[in-house]
Design a protein around this ligand. Sequence first.
Ligand SMILES: NC(=O)c1ccc[n+]([C@@H]2O[C@H](COP(=O)([O-])OP(=O)(O)OC[C@H]3O[C@@H](n4cnc5c(N)ncnc54)[C@H](OP(=O)(O)O)[C@@H]3O)[C@@H](O)[C@H]2O)c1
Length: 328
Amino acid sequence: MSSAKLQNVAIFGATGNIGQHIFRALANPQLPSYKPNITVFLRPGTTQSKKASFPSSVRILEADPSDRAQLAQALRGIDVVISVLSGPGIDAQRDLLEAAVEAGVKRFYPSEWGFHNVYRKPGDEWGHIHPLWDQKARFADWLVRHPAVESGRITYTIIGNGDFYDQEWEYIWCAWAQDPARVGPQYKMYILGDANAKVDWSSLDDVANFAVATLARPEDSCNRTLNFPSDTVSQVRIAQMLEEYSGKPVERVHVPMEEVHRVIEDPSRAPKEVAESSKIPVQFWYTVKGCQGMGIGYRPAEFNHHEAWPEVKRTSIEEYFKRKFDRS
Ligand SMILES: NC(=O)c1ccc[n+]([C@@H]2O[C@H](COP(=O)([O-])OP(=O)(O)OC[C@H]3O[C@@H](n4cnc5c(N)ncnc54)[C@H](OP(=O)(O)O)[C@@H]3O)[C@@H](O)[C@H]2O)c1
């Protein structure tokens, strides 16, 4: 399969937080040898202001990802479907995949863009997967065993990454990404469990560039799960670097694992400022951060694939801080 065969790319979820970065990387690919033709699929009724956020040269189609018949028609001529959907959009990917197979699409990128952990508290005989992770895991289990994948009619690439460290809209999740002018006299970081535990972090743009690079090398990304961390550092180190580069002190709020387990069981115990900081349910935040604090928030080196794609630059958190605080 040559790269020319993955030339026509359809993206679903391009209006979302992560999808905007994937779209921009597709529209401005780092590799001069690969320039895809992009079709952005939006939900029917998408506002004019969301549509206007895309360059006028981009092909935009409106379709409901769960309307299989309409999609199968609209996807004719498309080589790759990239999904950056979330919420109910994850389950809608089943119809999207069936439509893609019917339309002759060659490659499917499901909405993963993360890292699943099995959460266990002391004494548990069984592990638990948070429903937000399980929803994606169930889709991936179905996708990789789909008859059309097994027969080679369609292939898949699943992109995994670390915790996105530059989600500037998440003022607790990414406390360090906040504008220094707005945080007041000091930053405040909630650190759950072991503050020295190694954690995988990813930059949104690095992962977006990695995804595009995997399209440019379709043979190497065929039927694979490829993980791309930008950096692996502890939260202790992040707090130190934040103080060094921002010039502001960082208040560290250490939450012991016993309390993490209690909040996961009863999310109403979470501090109000944490619970209200995000549209993401606070129980999920405690599960992600709790797994990091248990030391399972990074992948061993052999699970990662950045070394096989040296053409994609990785941005360490230190480089991000240097740029953010103008210390380069
Ligand atoms: N590793 C990490 O740190 C991390 C962090 C955040 C997210 N993620 C993952 O990244 C992926 C995208 O998340 P996100 O935060 O970018 O989500 P988001 O901002 O909520 O955006 C979701 C996108 O999906 C569309 N959408 C939602 N429900 C839909 C439905 N029923 N039918 C059609 N379209 C629908 C939205 O379209 P509209 O504009 O029409 O609403 C939007 O374009 C998810 O898999 C998420 O788990 C990973």
